[in-house]
Design a protein around this ligand. Structure first.
Ligand SMILES: Cc1cc2nc3c(=O)[nH]c(=O)nc-3n(C[C@H](O)[C@H](O)[C@H](O)COP(=O)(O)O)c2cc1C
Length: 199
């Protein structure tokens, strides 16, 4: 099996995360920087900003998210989601995925297309970074708590870490050692997913 396919298969949503890795934050960040440099963006606009939180910063983030979500989620969602927030505090850290709205405004595309490109740019990074973490034998999951720039839902996170006002939070990716592997997942028919037309 190719190394590429190995890494693709290793990347799963991992919620039971720990700190049992030989890798230092510096080593992880160096790899993520290398990978982020390769990510394609619309017109090479490079609008995505990643902020890696570790240690106390990671704990502060998840305490804040926990407090906010406790107020906004209904009971069923809270019961489902709160273990994810608690688990993320046990992780080695969290990658915050932002889009710099100042950079997005510089893109040639405007309006709805700029919005789509912004999300596409960010999604390309999310997948690349998730794979990079998997390649380092680190588990991760993708979360969307406290997002909503227009409503100011991400403002407290920006303020907590002194981030620019133009940084719009798109997603969070807690990462760490894999303390519990993911289960089986269902796949739809690959010939529906990938179709061929020859004439
Ligand atoms: C656009 C998008 C949004 C997602 N949002 C969440 C989320 O908010 N919380 C979560 O736990 N997983 C989230 N995921 C992860 C998916 O649920 C997960 O990738 C999918 O079920 C397949 O499982 P796997 O990651 O183990 O392969 C999201 C994935 C994508 C692509």
């Amino acid at each position: 099996m190719s190394e590429f396919k190995d890494v693709l298969l290793k990347r799963r949503s991992i919620y039971a995360l720990g700190k049992n890795s030989e890798l230092s934050t510096d080593e992880i960040v160096a790899r993520l920087r290398e990978v982020q440099q390769t990510v394609p963006t619309a017109n090479n606009s490079q609008t995505t900003r990643l902020v890696v939180l570790t240690g106390e910063a990671n704990t502060k983030l998840w305490n804040l998210i926990y407090d906010v979500q406790k107020e906004v989620l209904n009971e069923a969602m809270w019961n489902f989601m709160s273990p994810i927030m608690v688990g993320a505090k046990e992780a080695m850290g969290t990658v915050l995925f932002f889009e710099d709205r100042d950079a997005v405004n510089q893109m040639p595309a405007k309006g709805e297309r700029a919005e789509a490109y912004k999300q596409n740019n960010n999604a390309n990074s999310q997948f690349a970074i998730w794979l990079a973490l998997a390649e380092m034998d680190l588990g991760a999951s993708l979360q969307h708590f406290n997002i909503g720039y227009e409503q100011g839902f991400d403002k407290a996170i920006r303020e907590m870490f002194n981030l620019p006002a133009s940084y719009e939070l798109i997603a969070q990716m807690p990462f760490g050692s894999v303390e519990q592997a993911a289960g089986e997942k269902e796949h739809i028919d690959p010939t529906v997913q990938v179709q061929v037309i020859s004439e």
